[in-house]
Design a protein around this ligand. Structure first.
Ligand SMILES: NC(=O)c1ccc[n+]([C@@H]2O[C@H](COP(=O)([O-])OP(=O)(O)OC[C@H]3O[C@@H](n4cnc5c(N)ncnc54)[C@H](OP(=O)(O)O)[C@@H]3O)[C@@H](O)[C@H]2O)c1
Length: 482
């Protein structure tokens, strides 16, 4: 952790800054996790004040019924400053520069500068250009770091172009691509769970695992973000980043060490072993849906944007060959839920019971294994029972930090483990690029589904192609039963 750092937020009036970044900074102040000398510069083209920033933090904490530590809030207020500037105007970066170079306890020769781009991706190049032309990007003494949010491009080619543009100014080691799913406690625990509990290493392969299912479901719809969502859709919004990253963590080989580089190498190797879905296989290996009422909600009757996407992948390596991997995500679904399920093979033909291990990313974070047990009775009747670990029971007195707290702390201390690399981003786009091409301007395969359901009714039939329809049905039953 450096002693001196300045954190610059571009887009402080936006949804991400208000809901996530500013509350995370409050919590870090409250837990004394910020550098000794720290300042937060909030750039804004609006007439925003420090009081507005603090009020927005209070608002979010109150919505979560959190009892606020006003002492911490006051300490935070003391280090927040507003920089009025137009981020699209290169000359305005001189205003930012003079605020950064302000002579106070924070401003020293080795003060680390962090720039968080909480703005639409269209603004990325203007900001990077403004920083560069004012000497704020290449100033090695301040170790400048750039934090950017997904989407990292819209397909393989645009991602390659964006990466090229940004890397002309910031070297890859100074770029922190945020995928906040990686910073969730439950996601971080995947590595610990897999590699620190030796009983699982012998069964974590295609000799024992029958199939893998990753679900990332939301109950909310597009909620006023129609412009963003129409350009994005479910495949880009969730599968290309969060879900494929979860898959990489759960299926990669053991990294040589726990260093950031070795973990990234292991993830990249796995991503490159996934067979990209080819144009001619899109119909068979994917399913897409749109919730009823979506087109009215966004006032675009002709919209072909998918709010649900599912795909079946093959991992082409010795460990996972012939294990179908199903990924699915959707909005306006029955339940908010992100989980990874490994289904284990049965040792006897005809035995319909399958052991399933579920890593629950959110909510009710934990790990659940189902087992068959004899029912206490005078017969041999059996029943499925659960062996489970839930964070809220095992770590009762531990507050689970929000993913954005971890994102900010890691960026400040220069640990890139939980961020995605340029090569990982490109490898993920490569897997789904042909699907994007096939779905573009073609609505034929779009299936409507009821809001509050588990997606298109055709999901069962689609999953039958890979012998996994029973798994989808079993999961739905489990969720309905709670
Ligand atoms: N919201 C989320 O939960 C979420 C999750 C993951 C990733 N992201 C990504 O995070 C980024 C920000 O998302 P968001 O939802 O916070 O967006 P948003 O609510 O639309 O906010 C965008 C921010 O950018 C500023 N801005 C836009 N155009 C500008 C311009 N020409 N000049 C100066 N400021 C400008 C806005 O300032 P004004 O108030 O002055 O317009 C606002 O502060 C996006 O890249 C998004 O994809 C967001």
């Amino acid at each position: 952790m450096p002693d001196n750092a300045v954190f610059v937020i571009f887009g402080v009036t936006g949804d991400l800054a208000k809901r996530k970044l500013l509350p995370a900074l409050y919590w870090l102040m409250d837990s004394s996790s910020l550098p000794k000398n720290f300042r937060i510069l909030c750039t804004s083209r609006r007439d925003t004040s420090v009081d507005d920033v603090i009020k927005s933090i209070v608002h979010v904490l109150e919505l979560q019924s959190i009892s606020i530590n006003y002492h911490s809030l006051e300490k935070l207020k003391e280090i927040v400053q507003i920089v009025h500037m137009d981020i699209g105007k290169a000359s305005d970066y001189a205003i930012l520069k003079s605020s950064l170079e302000q002579k106070d306890s924070v401003g020293s020769k080795d003060t680390c500068y962090l720039y968080y781009l909480a703005v639409p991706p269209e603004m990325f190049s203007a900001i990077v250009g403004g920083l560069e032309s004012n000497g704020l990007a290449s100033d090695n003494s301040h170790n400048p770091r750039l934090l950017i949010e997904k989407p990292f491009g819209y397909n393989y080619d645009s991602a390659l172009e964006l990466i090229g543009q940004i890397e002309k100014v910031f070297p890859e080691e100074s770029i922190y691509r945020v995928d906040h799913y990686l910073a969730k406690e439950t996601t971080q625990n995947i590595i610990t769970f897999r590699f620190c509990n030796p009983i699982f290493s012998n069964i974590w392969n295609n000799r024992s695992v029958d199939s893998i299912l990753i679900t990332a479901a939301e109950t909310i719809g597009v909620e006023g973000r129609a412009n963003f969502y129409e350009k994005t859709g479910a495949l880009r919004d969730f599968i290309q980043n969060h879900v494929i990253q979860l898959l990489a963590l759960v299926t990669m080989e053991k990294p040589a060490t726990t260093s950031s580089k070795d973990i990234h190498d292991a993830k990249l190797k796995l991503l490159q072993e996934i067979d990209p879905i080819r144009l001619e296989d899109v119909d068979e290996q994917t399913l897409r849906g749109q919730y009823e009422g979506y087109t009215e909600e966004i006032s675009n009757p002709g919209s072909g944007t998918e709010t649900y996407a599912a795909l079946k992948l093959n991992i082409n390596n010795d460990r996972w060959k012939n294990v179908p991997v199903l990924l699915r995500t959707g909005k306006s679904m029955a339940q908010k839920l992100t989980e990874i399920t490994l289904v284990f093979k049965s040792d006897e033909p005809g035995n319909t019971h399958r052991n399933m291990l579920t890593i629950r990313i959110q909510p009710d974070e934990g790990i659940i294994l189902n087992l068959l047990a004899k029912k206490p009775s005078l017969t041999d009747e059996t029943q499925t029972v659960l062996m489970d670990f839930y964070y809220n029971q095992s770590f009762k007195n531990h507050r689970q930090p929000d993913a954005y707290e971890r994102v900010l702390v890691d960026a400040i201390r220069g640990d890139k483990t939980l961020f995605t690399t340029d090569q990982e981003v490109l490898a993920s786009w490569k897997i789904i690029d042909d699907i994007l091409t096939s779905w573009k301007d073609n609505k034929d395969s779009l299936q409507l589904y009821r809001q509050g359901s588990w997606g298109p009714e055709g999901e069962d039939q689609w999953a039958q192609n890979f012998g996994t329809d029973w798994l989808i049905a079993a999961k739905q039953e489990e969720q309905i039963d709670g």
